[in-house]
Design a protein around this ligand. Structure first.
Ligand code: AMP
Length: 220
């Protein structure tokens, strides 16, 4: 299966769509945010630096990201495609990623751009809850995304957590950084003819549209 890159502003539903795709197509979901959160737990200079940047809503340096990505893509489960959530996030990362792909003999695949209204994204971010056990995402503000029991994961019973960078102040920085640094990737991938736009207001509809795109690609 082709690998998928998601480009989207914060809280556009990258995590939710990635989870649905990896459950349906059995390919791994690689989130640089998750890889960084894990790396930030190590008590060394690098761990401290990552934590600091993430809490500010700023980008972590390309060197760190590229090292984490290359290591992860070498793993066996990435042999038949994967979903990239949160990477590449700027042109420099996109160019370096293609060099990594060449080295690992992998193809670029397709890019899905999730489009969402800024106010809805802010609402999603301030109410977002994640399950650290199974990766499911909920929202305590949006009625249809609330867990059945407050604070508990419907899927696995895990205790839901709020990310420390999910607040309205950090959202603004993350959104502006997205427009400035990630925005140019839209044209970059459009020029390669591999970019597909999908509206991300309703997670079920969005997922159906993504499945249609993938099906269309397989029928080519
Ligand atoms: P996310 O979980 O994708 O929203 O990412 C959370 C935070 O991790 C971002 O606000 C950045 O601080 C950092 N981050 C994740 N992916 C990248 C990346 N590709 N480049 C730089 N920083 C990143």
């Amino acid at each position: 299966m082709e690998s998928i890159i998601f480009i989207a502003p914060p809280a556009a539903g990258k995590g939710t769509q990635s989870k649905l795709l990896c459950d349906t197509y059995h390919i791994p979901h690689i989130s640089t945010g998750d890889l960084l959160r894990e790396a930030s737990k190590t008590e060394n200079e690098r761990g401290k630096l990552i934590k600091e940047k993430m809490e500010q809503g700023a980008f972590v340096s390309d060197d760190i990201i590229l090292e984490l990505i290359e290591e992860r893509l070498k793993e066996k489960d990435c042999d038949n495609g994967y979903i990239l959530d949160g990477f590449p996030r700027n042109i420099e990362q996109a160019i370096a990623y293609e060099k990594i792909l060449e080295k690992l003999n992998k193809k670029l695949g397709i890019v899905i751009l999730l489009e969402v209204d800024k106010d809805l994204a802010c609402k999603r971010i301030t109410g977002r809850l994640n399950c650290p056990e199974c990766g499911s995402v909920y929202n305590e503000i949006i009625e249809e995304s609330k867990p059945k029991e407050a604070g508990i994961c419907d899927r696995c019973g895990g205790k839901l957590k709020k990310r420390s960078d999910d607040n309205s102040t950090t959202f603004s920085t993350r959104y502006d950084t997205y427009l400035e640094k990630t925005g140019p990737l839209i044209k970059y991938y459009q020029d390669k003819n591999i970019l597909f736009r999908v509206e991300s207001n309703d997670s079920k509809e969005t997922f159906e549209q993504i499945k249609n795109i993938l099906q269309g690609r397989n029928e080519l």
